[in-house]
Design a binder for this molecule. Structure first.
Ligand SMILES: Cc1ncc(COP(=O)(O)O)c(C=O)c1O
Length: 452
């Protein structure tokens, strides 16, 4: 299958690596001609560990989690920060999250298994998913998770049955769709009426579900949850969604007398994938979110519930980069130049999935301005396997190390073995040291599920 590749000539932005600003991990610096992150030379690291390789700036991740905790608790409410493991998870990451005093949002039995292997405190786990299997619910309840977010009446029934059988009452939040459109890609909008997630507030389904849940002996209804989408820049949709949710909570109190103890606002804060992108800061988000909840609760004479947020992307995306080695440079005169690397849509599906954009630098020429325009192509059997179309980059040749920025979220966790590609490993870098936290897969890993 071929795709038209001809396009207008695009001029390079001539930015230096450090000119990429908000796109860079906290500790990024250029020493001589090489890119360093966490005090580690990315060129030496790539050559020593092999590529493709995910690299995570540990200080950056810790700073984001710490900032969330500080800011969310700076406005007079009690707030819990539950890192959304779907953005990036591993045993080491779970331990780091626990160490930073945060909770953890898991959205499958597999994510829960990773958290358990990390000995993550189960009472700080929030379980998600729009169709949790009976097995996943059983595992979660038996493990003693803090909260399960129920997405359907069938799920409420299952939680009730499993908990009752074990003589426990499971704390549950109901996922409510506030009917608000977030200004983001339609694939990652989740708060609108037409959604596979949750119960609609407007239609009355959420109120019915609350009445239903309150009557179930195995269910201890703790409150409500919303998540309106991901990569959201404008904070207005959060405000509108909170207003709907607090109205809804007042309605529930009127009908049933139940006052929510917990209100989970989900994740969604956007990040800069481009130096020109200007997402809201964690401080702005926290102030507006907590302020709006407090104001709306005061108007309706409701006590302010414990507030949870579930940030994923804004914790890890800009902390992570992916290193690749250039295999070939193909110049198509008058059309474009393809720079092929030893990874692609298997380690980062986002460009192919929803046209996500990224920035890159040649890690071994990081001091030079990005004076050419090329397209960075993956190695997989799809013409759409392009990691960056029209990337500004330094002059590049085979053997160079390319670093693509902002790949810390929804890349490793969305990776695949298409073309039987082995998945890259993950390293954490900090203070000049490298810590391997996920090893690169081997052909033996690929063969381990085969039945001969
Ligand atoms: C329920 C829930 N919470 C939190 C998140 C994390 O969102 P983000 O990574 O945009 O912060 C998601 C992501 O889709 C989600 O579905």
């Amino acid at each position: 299958m071929s795709m038209s590749v001809a396009s207008e000539p695009i001029s390079p932005d001539n930015r230096t690596t450090m000119g990429l600003g908000a796109v860079l991990p906290l500790t990024a610096e250029v020493r001589g001609s090489h890119l360093f992150i966490g005090g580690v030379d990315m060129v030496e690291l790539a050559r020593a560990q092999g590529t493709a390789l995910y690299v995570m700036d540990e200080r950056h991740v810790r700073m984001q989690l710490g900032t969330y905790r500080t800011e969310m608790n700076a406005h007079g409410a009690v707030a819990d920060v539950a890192y959304a493991g779907k953005a990036f998870t591993s045993v080491a990451m779970c331990r780091l999250v626990a160490d930073e005093g945060c909770s953890l949002d898991v959205s499958s039995g597999g994510e829960l298994a990773i958290a358990r292997a990390a000995r993550f405190p189960m009472e700080r786990i929030i379980v998600h998913g729009n169709d949790k299997t009976p097995l996943e619910l059983t595992e979660a309840i038996e493990a003693g998770v803090g909260l399960i977010v129920a997405d359907s009446n069938e799920e409420l029934d299952r939680i009730d049955a499993i908990a009752t059988e074990r003589g426990v009452r499971q704390q549950v939040l109901l996922r409510v769709t506030p009917g608000v459109h977030a200004d983001t890609h339609s694939f990652i909008q989740t708060g609108q009426e037409d959604s596979k997630f949750g119960f609609s507030a407007h239609s009355g389904a959420a109120l019915e579900a609350a009445i239903y849940a309150l009557a179930l002996p195995g269910v201890d209804l703790a409150g409500f949850h919303m998540h309106i989408g991901s990569q959201i820049f404008s904070l207005d949709p959060f405000v509108r969604a909170v207003e709907v949710m607090v109205d809804f909570m007042a309605q529930v109190r009127e009908r049933t007398g139940f006052v929510a103890r917990d209100f989970d606002c989900g994740g969604g804060l956007g990040i800069a994938y481009r130096p020109t992108g200007e997402p809201s800061t964690i401080a702005q988000y926290a102030e507006l979110l907590v302020g709006t909840i407090t104001r709306c609760c005061a108007v309706r004479d409701l006590s302010v519930p414990r507030i949870h947020v579930e940030p994923g992307r804004s914790v890890v995306a800009d902390a992570g980069v992916t290193l690749y080695t250039v295999g070939s440079v193909k110049r198509l005169p008058g059309i474009r130049t393809y720079v092929a690397v030893d990874g692609g849509m298997t380690d980062n599906i986002r460009p192919a999935l929803y046209g996500a954009v990224y920035e890159a630098t040649v890690a071994n020429r990081a001091g030079e301005p990005r004076g050419t325009v090329v397209s960075i192509a993956g190695k997989h059997c799809e013409s759409g396997d392009i990691l960056i179309r029209d990337a500004s980059l330094q002059p590049v040749t085979d053997g160079d190390i390319i670093c693509i920025f902002s790949t810390g979220a929804y890349c490793q966790t969305m990776s695949s073995n298409y073309n039987k590609q082995v998945r890259p490993g993950v390293v954490f870098v900090s203070d000049g040291t490298v810590r391997q936290v996920v090893r690169r897969e081997t052909y033996d890993d690929l063969l381990s599920c085969e039945v001969y």
